[in-house]
Design a protein around this ligand. Structure first.
Ligand SMILES: [Zn+2]
Length: 76
């Protein structure tokens, strides 16, 4: 026999770009970073980074890494 309990679950309602503020219509259409630096990192001990960047802002913010240094890759 299984018994059940009611549980509240949080789901994503809306997503906005942390750079331009535009609404992001699909969570897969953005770069999502959720990271906490550990201790012994250089200068960012325990710092949490949580942000979403829309497709439009990615070239502006990360273009030099993605395009000039060749870090952009198609599906593997
Ligand atoms: Zn944006």
């Amino acid at each position: 026999m299984k018994t059940f309990k009611e549980e509240k679950v949080m789901v994503v309602d809306e997503v906005f770009c942390d750079n331009c503020g535009d609404e992001i219509l699909g969570i897969s259409e953005c770069l999502s970073i959720d990271h906490q630096f550990g201790y012994f990192s250089k200068g960012l001990d325990g710092t949490k980074i949580k942000l979403e960047i829309c497709e439009k802002c990615i070239p502006e913010l990360l273009g030099s890494i993605l395009f000039e240094k060749g870090k952009r890759q198609a599906d593997e």
